[in-house]
Design a protein around this ligand. Structure first.
Ligand code: PLP
Length: 390
């Protein structure tokens, strides 16, 4: 089985696995005063430091959550709860993850909230002019992702922060960096963001653990209540094993940087596909993408069909890729990102990572050729039968 879906989730690294195994006996509640509790507390502090090193924050500015979805939801909830004046305006984009879009949809129904969704062009690029024009006296939050999960585009977060804070320094800027962590260097001080979301399972740590950078905790309203954990900002006994693992994964990102190699492998498979498979088209902002992602459309062929066939091969040729986002793979409809780019078809998303080899990509290419030929034949047969009906 060849795994090329690192944007959906990553495998655990060996160090991460070992850190979990070695911590199984750290069962003490981090809030307990005796030594077993202290041991857990210290392990969490170490992980917090590792996460803060990764993005140049202070450890006290990091809270652990259960996932990126929770981090994103918390930022939206806090922005609404902590602004008592009646009208609240939030700016986001049409291509955010559902963890932003659907949370806003919910609040829009229940509160006096206006949302502006910035448009994107056919390459998935947003316009900072539109952002500038959308800011109002009521704007409380601007939430724009750092890298898109489907097409890999990188968005200009520093420029966005400058525009927003020049207009009004009290407007918060949040960036969902779930797909950017480990792929591009992140320095929250340089960027000027107020909030930044991270998720463990996108960088070789387990699922079920995330983190949120909060620049200034004084203005943050917790979404989870009922305990004093995480400096009173997120109640609930900490997921200690996963937090330890996420810290180790962050340390590894600080130590290992094979993004150049990953980028070369991505370019290798991309070029091979575009050269040898007719009617294939690369989507996104080609010169401004994270190194591991490639979103490719095969004109007239549904990407979901390609993914299904690739997954039906014998184990040694079986390929795991997805058609854009994992959340969309059951709907058979182009994703909201494709729709925003005015693309009416479903592409495939190849997202590679630390353990991908050139040999994996060669096997993938062979299976992809076979799949495309099968589906093209299928299509021709389909038209032939229809023609004979007339
Ligand atoms: N934000 C982005 C950009 C993502 O790609 C994802 C997951 O794919 C999420 C948020 C949600 O992450 P989690 O599974 O940690 O909730």
């Amino acid at each position: 089985m060849i795994y090329l879906d690192y944007n959906a989730t990553t495998p655990l690294s060996e160090n991460v696995k070992n850190s979990i195994i070695n911590s199984l006996d750290k069962f003490g509640n981090p809030s307990s005063l005796y030594s077993k509790g202290k041991e857990s507390r210290e392990a969490i502090f170490k992980a917090r430091k590792s996460l803060s090193n990764l993005i140049n924050a202070n450890p006290s500015q990091i809270i652990f959550t259960s996932c990126a979805t929770e981090s994103n939801n918390s930022v939206i909830s806090s922005s609404i709860e902590s602004n008592k004046h009646s009208v609240k305006h939030i700016i986001t984009t049409k291509i955010e993850h559902p963890a932003i879009i659907e949370a806003l949809d919910y609040y829009k129904k229940n509160e006096n909230i206006h949302v502006t969704y910035l448009e994107c062009d056919n390459f998935g690029r947003i316009s900072t002019n539109q952002l500038e024009q959308s800011l109002t006296q009521d704007t409380v939050l601007v939430s724009i992702m750092m890298a898109n999960n489907e097409i890999g585009n990188i968005y200009p977060i520093k420029e966005i922060c400058d525009i927003v804070h020049n207009y009004n320094p009290s407007i918060k800027v949040h960036t969902d960096a779930t797909q950017a962590i480990g792929k591009i260097d992140i320095d929250v001080k340089h960027l000027g963001v107020d909030y930044l979301t991270m998720s463990g399972h996108k960088f070789y740590a387990p699922k079920g653990v995330g983190a949120l950078f909060i620049k200034n905790a004084n203005t943050f309203e917790p979404m989870m209540r009922g305990g004093h954990q995480e400096n009173d900002l997120r109640a609930g006994t900490e997921n200690i094993l996963s937090i330890i693992a996420m810290g180790i994964a962050a340390d590894e990102l600080n130590e290992i940087n094979n993004n150049d190699e990953i980028g070369k492998l991505r370019d290798y498979i991309e070029c091979k596909i575009l050269k040898h498979i007719s009617n294939s088209k690369l989507l996104g902002d080609i010169d401004n993408r994270v190194c591991n992602t490639s979103c490719i459309l095969f004109e007239g062929i549904n990407g979901i069909k390609i993914c299904e066939l690739l997954n039906s091969f014998p184990e040694e040729e079986k390929i795991c890729i997805s058609s854009g986002s994992a959340c969309n793979s059951i709907s058979f409809q182009p994703s909201h990102v494709m729709k925003a780019m005015e693309i009416n078809q479903i592409p495939i998303r190849i997202s590679i990572g630390r353990y991908t080899t050139k040999n994996d990509l060669d096997i993938f290419f062979k299976s992809l050729l076979k799949t495309i030929n099968l589906l093209k034949k299928d299509k021709e047969n389909y038209y032939e039968t229809r023609k004979s009906n007339y």
